[in-house]
Design a protein around this ligand. Structure first.
Ligand code: ATP
Ligand code: MG
Ligand code: FE
Length: 359
């Protein structure tokens, strides 16, 4: 059987069709460009953009699935899934509304998917991680909205070992990029600029480094960059060299902190033999290589899904639904899940793999 999935929890509108083995028949992601001039995602604009683009995208992906797999028709779907939280309520309602309608019209189950669980399970897509991603493993989720270490003990069984006490990692990259006059989202631009700079040029703090546990903090680091810029002579424009040094020094500070926090998290989860990094910030090459080094020093494998599966996408939503269907964790028929509301907040700890339990 095939699964159709929708992702619309933030500023990506995405659809995918996977077969029951996790093979991708078709997928597409539309990244909303309209937020750049505001320097961040505007919820109301995001919701309207999902409403405008999702029906056509869904049609297109279903049509592409029929090309990839001649004979495929939507009636072959055994389930329809959508992210129903956590995220921006408008987009969640649009995506889960279309998903529920499609499920109802086909007479198949609607699978409400926790977006963070989807990030957490992506590494288990067949063929993605050499040697496979068996439970348990440690997940570092670092994106625009999240920064946490999660013990992935099994399907539906997650422990939050630690997380940010202020900004998310991507948020910190975006804010510092903005201070340096780079566009939004700032992470990729900051990484490019950092290539030209000296990571040891400007001393910056390493918040929480060496502290027990694996919490993160980034706001002091951002403030240090802001103060550094504020302390410059007002008549002197920031030259490229200095901006590059700041970018490189900031990135080095984040890498030091992240390596330290993840080392602690691995210490809190001695049973883990695999470290998985996910989320848009996991695209950063400096961070990736530091995380790989931390893992290998602890005798643990390291994996990071390809970028297109690190950032928001519908393949991970479909895959999560497949995992839950396989585990029998989805109510059959046209179930009560049709009435499950979208949840802007939905902590991963509230997930359970068994039907009928809260989640
Ligand atoms: P979430 O998934 O948490 O709901 P999101 O949609 O903002 O939120 P992603 O799309 O996974 O998250 O990631 C986007 C974030 O990743 C942005 O903050 C962006 O600046 C950051 N990012 C992307 N590429 C890089 C990079 N090469 N280096 C650092 N940060 C990056
Ligand atoms: Mg995004
Ligand atoms: Fe996400």
């Amino acid at each position: 059987g095939y699964v159709f999935a929708i992702e619309s929890s933030c500023d990506e509108t995405a659809c995918a069709v996977l077969d029951g083995n996790g093979r991708v028949l078709a997928e597409a992601v539309l990244s909303q460009a309209g937020h750049a001039e505001f320097g961040g995602v505007v919820p109301e604009i995001a919701a309207r953009a999902h409403l405008l683009h999702l029906p056509e995208l869904a049609r297109r992906v279903l049509a592409e699935a029929a090309i990839a797999e001649p004979g495929f028709v939507p009636a072959d779907l055994v389930a329809v899934a959508a992210s129903t939280g956590p995220g921006l309520i408008g987009g969640l309602i649009v995506g889960s509304g279309l998903g529920r309608g499609l499920a109802l019209s086909l007479g198949v189950p609607f699978v409400p998917v926790n977006h963070i669980e989807a990030h957490a399970l992506t590494a288990r897509l067949p063929g993605l991680v050499p040697g496979g991603a068996e439970f348990p493993y440690l997940l570092l989720l670092v994106s625009g909205g999240h920064c946490q270490c999660i013990a992935v003990d099994g399907l539906g069984s997650y422990r939050r070992l630690g997380g940010t006490i202020d900004d998310a990692a991507g948020e910190a990259f975006d804010k510092v990029a903005k201070l340096l006059g780079l566009g939004w989202p700032g992470g990729p631009a900051l990484e490019r600029l950092a290539l030209e700079g000296d990571p040891a040029a400007i001393p910056l703090p390493r918040p929480l480094l060496g502290r027990a546990g694996c919490d993160f903090s980034f706001s002091g680091l951002k403030t240090a960059v802001a103060q550094r810029l504020a302390g410059r002579p007002a008549d002197q424009a920031l030259d490229r060299r200095e901006a590059a040094d700041l970018a490189a020094s900031f990135q080095a500070a984040v890498a030091d902190v992240m390596a330290d926090r993840v080392r602690h998290a691995l210490g809190m989860m001695p049973e883990a033999t695999l470290l998985v990094a996910a989320g848009g910030v996991a695209a950063n090459a400096t961070l990736r290589s530091r995380l790989a080094a931390v893992a290998s020093a602890q005798g643990v494998r390291f994996a990071a899904p390809p970028l297109r599966l690190c950032t928001d996408n519908a393949v991970m939503v479909a895959w999560t639904a497949i995992e839950r269907l396989r585990a029998g964790a989805v109510e059959g028929g046209v179930s009560g899940d049709l009435l499950t509301p979208a949840r802007p907040r939905w902590p991963l700890q509230e997930m359970a793999a068994t039907p009928g339990s809260p989640g």
